[in-house]
Ligand binder design. Structure first.
Ligand code: F3S
Length: 67
């Protein structure tokens, strides 16, 4: 299983990840940071997640494989 994370310190809230893949990323209430949804649909969205990781301007998104 792939676990996606958004670093809450470095995210600058540009919202690109949310635009690329709103099955996985959402903005917090005041839209200042992104977060990973409680039940993110990563399966089937791997390419979008990878694109968000690549394009995030502050390199705030990471993923790890969990067993
Ligand atoms: Fe934040 Fe990067 Fe998304 S800056 S809003 S995690 S694209």
């Amino acid at each position: 299983m792939i676990k996606v994370k958004v670093d809450q310190v470095t995210c600058i809230g540009c919202s690109l990840c949310n635009e690329i893949c709103n099955d996985v990323f959402e903005m917090n209430d005041d839209a200042s940071k992104a977060k990973v949804k409680i039940d993110p649909r990563v399966s089937g969205n791997e390419e979008r997640v990878d694109e968000a990781i690549k394009l995030c301007p502050s390199n705030s998104i990471s993923k790890e494989i969990e067993s």
